[in-house]
Write a protein that binds this ligand. Sequence first.
Ligand code: BDR
Ligand code: CA
Length: 304
Amino acid sequence: RHRLVIDCDPGIDDALALLLAAASPELELLGVTCVAGNQPLAATADNACRVLDLAGRHAVPVFAGCSRPLAHGEPRCNLVHGEDGLGGVALPRTRGPSDLHAADFLERTLERADAGQVTLVAVGPLTNLALTEIKRPGLLRRARAVIVMGGAAFCDGNITPSAEFNFYADALAAQTVLAAGANVSVFGLDVTRQAAMPADWIESLAALGNRCGDAARALLRGFARPHPLLHDTCPIAWLLAPELFTAQRCTVAVDWRPGLTEGHLAAKRLPAGGVADGHVAEVFIGVQADPLRALLRERLARLP
Ligand code: BDR
Ligand code: CA
C-alpha cells in the first residue's frame, strides 16, 4: 500500500487525479497540498476541498502552500480550466484548507521516522516541494518516491514551443526538485499526450449512475475539446497499474533562465549500465491508453 501526499493545483485533470486516488484502496491519502498554478492559490485549495468532499473523503486534510513561483512575483495561471479551475462545475463547498502551510506539512511528513514509506505525487508547479527542499536540504530524499507530472522531454511543449505548463510555471522549482537527489519519476507530455479521453468515453460515465461519475463527465465535457488529456491521472495510475507504462532512465535538467526555453526539460537517455553525468530520473514515455481509460472508469464507479 502506498502512503501518499498529492501536491496539486486543481485544475480539471488534477480533480480527476484526486478522484482516482480517492477511489483506490491501494493508496492511503495522507494529505493534499495545493499550489498556485492553473488558478491562484485560494482557488486551487478550495477546489481540492470540494473534490475530496465530493468523493466522501472529508477526513483527508488539505493544505494551501505557495501563492507564487520562486522567481516571479505573480503566479502564471493556465486558463484552459475555466475561470474557476473546474470548468464552471459548481461542486458544493463544505470546508476550507487547514491552517498549516503545505511546505510545513510536507516537512513534518518527511521528518517522520517512516518517511521512507511516503510517496509524493506532484501534479502542479513544483514550488511547494522546492520550498521544502530549500528549507530542509536533503528532505525530499527521504521520500520513497517523488513522482512529478511535468516537462516535455522528447516532444513539443504545450505552453511554449519547448516547455510544458507545470515546469514553465515554476522552472526554478522544477530544477530544484530534479536536482534534490531524490528517487524521481517524471510524467511529461511524452506520455500524458497518450492519455486522451474521447467524447464517447466521457459520455459513457453517465451510465455509472453516481455523483462522482456525473461530476467527472461534467468536468471533462468542457475541458480541452475534443479529446481532453488527463495528464495528472498518469502518475496515480502508474502506482495502481505500473505494467501499463514504459519509461527511460535519463539525466534531466530544467532550464530556469528567463527566455525562449524557460521551463524546458532537457533529458538525455542513459544506455543500460551507462554512467550518469547529471541528475537522474525515470522519464515516462509510453502508456497503454485503453486499459488506462478502463482503470479510471472502473475506479470512478466505486465512488459515491
Ligand atoms: C499540466 O498543466 C495543467 O494545466 C494540468 O493540470 C497539468 O498538471 C499539463 O501541462
Ligand atoms: Ca495540474
